[in-house]
Design a protein around this ligand. Structure first.
Ligand code: 13P
Ligand code: ZN
Length: 309
């Protein structure tokens, strides 16, 4: 071997060794990964993630990709078609939880339980470039996350980056007793706790029971996300979208807390939703004026045109 070739080989071996020594550590130290991992842990702490229940994705910024790229696998995985397409997410990178992996285990071993996927230029397939070790795959709800990311990105001028799916008890319980309409759920939740209308002024969407994990539920949920940043799946859970981990977790937390209060109030009211004291529609409008937020009028008054119902 010529001297230069030999030098080159030693050098590249050195890089590989250095890379190997820090990989599996360095990506975990990046700010967006730490925020992601913390949310998984917080959701587990809330009791929203039995077994492998729930999932999380983050649409990475260019600087996130640049910081993580030195630790990407030397060979990316094969392209996997998603069954849905969003051309404006072509070449995007997402951090995602793994299918069948447990939120409970994310903090202890991020590289095994979460991973980074790259989207192909056409926006209809992913491939793994980091993490999800030992044969892991992105969440089975990746098509729903992906389509909702596309819709929320457009609806928020690019601000929306986080999609979070959880199985919170009280939101799910409500889907057994209320008509599965966005307006009914929105009004019940807004009136359960004063500041809900500030946290989700558009209201919540409701998708009737559907088979999880495929393109059909992805399209239904994404259609709702045109209007709402929180969408309930009947007998299943909740999807929440937001610009960062705090806001998105806060949205999930607020909707579930309001649902908890609603369920308790009904229980101590003999099961009835005819409450002695409630927040009036005028009260909700007044909160909107005071806080300078645009409350979705379609949810107030009577009769009004419904959005996406
Ligand atoms: P995954 O383990 O594939 O993320 O599925 C969990 C879930 O909640 C499906 O809706
Ligand atoms: Zn689920």
């Amino acid at each position: 071997m010529a001297f230069l070739d030999q030098a080159q080989e030693i050098l590249s071996q050195g890089f590989d060794t250095a890379r190997g020594a820090v990989s599996g550590v360095a990506v975990e130290q990046l700010g967006f990964v730490r925020g992601f991992v913390r949310l998984c842990d917080d959701g587990w702490g809330q009791g929203w993630h039995e077994r492998n229940g729930g999932n999380l994705t983050y649409r990475m910024r260019d600087e996130d990709v640049a910081a993580a790229r030195p630790f990407f696998n030397p060979e990316p995985g094969p392209w996997a078609p998603m069954g849905v397409q969003a051309a404006d997410l072509g070449r995007a990178f997402f951090l995602t939880t793994g299918s069948g992996r447990y939120m409970r285990n994310v903090a202890g071993d991020p590289a095994h339980n979460i991973g980074i996927v790259e989207i192909n230029p056409e926006g209809d397939a992913w491939r793994i470039v980091w993490g999800l070790t030992d044969g892991g795959k992105p969440t089975s709800e990746f098509p729903s996350h992906f389509m909702c990311h596309a819709v929320r990105m457009r609806a928020t001028d690019g601000a929306s980056r986080v999609l979070y799916h959880a199985h919170p008890n009280n939101v799910i319980a409500m889907t057994f007793v209320l008509p599965l309409e966005s307006r009914t759920f929105t009004r019940a939740l807004w009136k359960a706790m004063t500041e809900c209308v500030v946290v989700f002024p558009a209201g919540v969407g409701v998708v009737p029971w559907m088979v999880p994990g495929g393109a059909d539920i992805a399209r239904e949920t994404a259609a709702m996300m045109e209007t709402f940043d929180a969408v309930i799946w009947a007998q299943h859970g909740l999807f929440a979208a937001g610009p960062d981990f705090d806001t998105t977790f806060g949205l999930m937390h607020t909707v579930e807390k309001a649902a908890d209060i609603y369920v308790r109030a009904r229980a101590i009211n003999g099961g009835s939703d005819e409450f002695l004291n409630t927040i009036t529609d005028e009260g909700l409008r007044a909160i909107g004026r005071e806080f300078g937020i645009k409350v979705n009028e379609a949810m107030l008054g009577f009769p009004v045109a419904l959005e996406n119902d």
